[in-house]
Ligand binder design. Sequence first.
Ligand code: SF4
Length: 501
Amino acid sequence: MGRVLSKSKLIAYRQCPKRVWLEVHRPELREDSAQAQARFESGYQVGDIAQQLYDPKGKGVLLDPQQAGFESVFARTQELLGSPQPIFEAGFRTDEALALADVMLPVRKGGKLAWKMVEVKSSTSVKDYHLDDAAIQVFIARETGVALAGASVACIDSAWVYPGGGDYAGLLQETDVIGQALDREAEVRTWIADAQRVVASRAEPVVKMGKQCSAPFDCGFSAYCQGLVPATEHPISQLPGRLGNALQELIDAEDLTDLRDVPDALLNAKQLRVKEAALSGKAFFDRKSAALALQPHKLPAYFMDFETIQFAVPVWKGTRPYQQIPFQFSVHRLSRTGKLEHQSFLDLSGEDPSLGFAKTLVAACGDKGPIFAYNAGFEKSRILELATRFPRMATALKALAERVVDLLPVAREHYYHPDQEGSWSIKAVLPSLCPDLDYARLEGVQDGGMAMQAYAEAIAPTTTRERRAEIERQLIAYCALDTLALVRLWSTFSGSNLMIE
Ligand code: SF4
């Protein structure tokens, strides 16, 4: 008998055989990204709500293998399957595989007690790997003799609007998957046998890094696997945009990794610019065209940046799952004479910040002059969403959205420094243009993901007043640097010789 592989190990095997081998033999090498951690966190929140939804009377039993131990959970599950109450985290084990089911619901089939299994996901639609997951789950449960009458995957309905008052009915939408799961039993049997063979080997499988490293999830072993790849001076991964078919075929056929080996004829204009800059070490800057692009937008000008939060399970009435809710903005105003003024908004009260945000933003942006942002579609979309939520402010907010001007296309078309390594994110562009504006020098919050985490921490009831004040200082400093950076980008791209004070 081999090891007993958990469902998550089998899913890891489905992503990459090397991954499951590393999960078993070198788990210490795994580094989960902040996004992966956030996904786990959302999963726990959705799981808690699922319990309320599937067991409104509180008659169900929640099993906890961390506390009780797996063996006890498997035994208790068998006992509980004899009586008709919901079971959460029921455990099933065969000689080779084990799985915990999020929800088991009692149903009557032919007068007898049977069960419907529900897997709860924090995604907004059923993905292929959810189907693999369900097929494994159903297979293991049936192997242990469970009378399964149905199986479904419950995902979040992203169009659902939270009515408030803790009423989450409608948040989850089920898709029936029992048919496909039963059809794949032979496949699952093969996966288990193959995964067993992989982990039984003493030798680490040799697998080249590729698309599987980030799909369906970012693999936690990427840093380790990347370290095994010989360093490339000018990696092809710096090429922006989609690679042409001919180039992709050449890369695959000849295992190319360095830009020097890529024929110019197979690159588009932007990719060629990146290649030339990388090889020459020289920046590209078409000053005249950049200035021309900004010429129509006269001072006074505003420079704007938002920070937002998303919740898989909405916490504020009138909001949707995963809605981007702005909780902070920074706006710099630059007058015709070069006077620079700063205004900001940050609500850490834990109440819905949206209305206060909208009102303060409208007041901060005056009624004329361009409002510059970077990758401005994001800010514009948030403003228009606020206009929909608050009809009384719709005219003012739509007028703001009309004034938004994006600095990203100006940078993308007219500037590139080899240190950008193929990216035009503001944090990639800024170091070469404004080396004195260094995000690394900021205390605590240094990027949008950290701002989101800091906000979530600040509004948590357990956070102390001192910590909240510290987070407030960090968030204000971070967001202000973002818009100061926009002022400096504008100044460089427009060729302005205005003395800014
Ligand atoms: S990083 Fe890629 S190659 Fe390495 S284990 Fe993960 S999926 Fe496999």
